[in-house]
Design a protein around this ligand. Structure first.
Ligand SMILES: [Zn+2]
Length: 443
């Protein structure tokens, strides 16, 4: 029975259509530096809506405790065909899936290692050799993950947060498809430290989302006391008005990590070494234009990657995410705008507080601020996971006027000097690889 399934699946694979790059999203300019890009994974689609699982060409790569990826819906397309997943990028067919195969698939839930699974399959009438071939086919079709590796990665988190991270892990298992790969990403996130500067409507929410996503140490730096305009459903609640911003933001971070109420008063972790990423999210949003030149210079000199985030009037801005010496910086953005508007540097100086006329009440739509916080958190996570986000050598704008998200390119400005050769040793980028850097930055 299963042999027929394999033959049919193999035949279907002869009609493969390459989709290389179809899921790659927005990538930076062609002139961007060497980067730890995740290679686009060519997928095949012999079926209009799902590719077919085929015999595994490799051997010995089935995970230690195989688990069908829990994030994929299991559907029956016809009497003998199962479909896993609905999104074209991940959907797979398992053909000739009779009752024995379906029952075997029920057992692939991460509670058994491979020998135990094959023995259980044999009791269902499935030959061990065919069971092994089926497992290999499932692995080759990126339907399997390693439950043991995932459990080890989640052990590093407190029990309540392990449960909260379940859907995140299911999603990561799809984005990072090799068995055990999502577990490595989760473990790396737990080791990472991100510093968010600004505990306003965007910054506090962003910090909370990062914490919820498993970033092990998220600190929020800001002064003063919470004002009503700082509050948002994803960040600091209105009940915290009047409290210290740093304390309220810290509690939002711990709440998002499912910390018990008694634990939310524990102090922020002691900073050790440089953070993997600094997010510049000043409360008035103007920093997303100005980048706060001195701050940006310091980060660039230290080789610390940093991401500009803010809401300005009706526009949410995510980016650029600057890897010093390797991608366009805030200074490049300011110089590019000055090329178009010679008065811009003077306006920029006023926005930084040295001139007259800051906004009396900075505009910050709640829905826009929450969307900006979420998008910025996603870009930060991608960067920490070793994937290139579109805010590198560019930035994204979200408009409260039309709800559109646009990505704009940001080439390095020839007068900025942030990518002039020489000066800085290679900078390790979280997640994978390294990039070289020289430079100064700042806006
Ligand atoms: Zn620059």
């Amino acid at each position: 029975m299963y042999a027929q399934m394999v033959v049919q699946a193999d035949r279907a694979c002869g009609q493969r259509v390459s989709r290389a790059g179809a899921a790659s999203g927005i990538l930076p300019s062609a002139g961007s530096p060497t980067w730890p890009r995740r290679p686009s994974r060519a997928r095949t689609l012999p079926h209009p809506f799902a590719s077919t699982v085929r015999p595994h060409a490799r051997t010995g790569v089935t995970p230690m405790r195989p688990m069908l990826k829990p994030g994929l819906a299991r559907l029956r397309r016809d009497e003998l065909t199962l479909q896993f997943g609905t999104v074209r990028r991940y959907a797979r067919l398992v053909e000739q899936a009779d009752a024995a195969v379906a029952a075997f698939l029920d057992l692939v839930d991460g509670t058994r290692d491979t020998p135990e699974l094959l023995a259980a399959g044999e009791r269902l009438g499935l030959d061990p050799g065919l069971g092994r071939a089926l497992l290999d086919s499932l692995a080759d079709g990126e339907l399997l993950d390693d439950a043991e590796a995932l459990a080890r990665a989640l052990e590093g988190f407190p029990q309540p947060q392990r449960e909260v991270l379940g859907p995140d892990a299911a999603g990561l298992s799809l984005v990072h498809p090799e068995p055990g790969e999502a577990a490595e990403v989760i473990a790396a996130r737990r080791r990472a430290r991100v510093e968010v500067r600004g505990a306003g409507r965007v910054g506090a929410a962003l910090a909370a989302v990062l914490s919820a996503g498993g970033i092990g140490a998220v600190t929020v730096a800001d002064g003063g006391r919470v004002e009503p305009g700082d509050c948002s459903p994803a960040g600091i609640p209105p009940t915290d008005v009047g409290r210290l911003r740093s304390t309220a933001a810290r509690e939002a971070v711990l709440r998002a990590a499912a910390a018990a109420p008694a634990e939310r008063h524990r102090p922020a972790p002691v900073a050790a070494g440089l953070p993997a990423l600094v997010v510049l999210a000043p409360r008035d949003g103007a920093g997303a234009w100005t980048g706060r030149a001195v701050e940006a210079h310091e980060l660039a000199r230290s080789g610390v990657p940093h991401l500009y985030v803010g809401v300005l009037e009706h526009l949410g801005v995510v980016g650029p995410l600057v890897v010093p010496g390797s991608s366009a910086c805030g200074g490049c953005a300011a110089l590019t705008r000055a090329d178009e508007d010679e008065g811009w540097p003077g306006l920029l100086a006023q926005l930084e507080g040295t001139g007259a006329g800051p906004a009396r009440r900075p505009a910050c739509d709640s829905a826009l601020a929450t969307a900006v916080a979420g998008l910025a958190a996603l870009h930060a996570q991608l960067f920490l996971d070793g994937v290139l986000p579109p805010s590198v050598d560019g930035w994204c704008e979200l408009s409260a006027a039309d709800g559109m998200v646009r990505r704009l390119r940001l080439p390095a400005h020839p007068s900025c000097g942030c990518q002039w050769p020489g000066g800085r040793p290679p900078l390790a980028v979280p997640g994978a690889g390294a990039c070289s850097g020289a430079g100064r930055g700042g806006t």
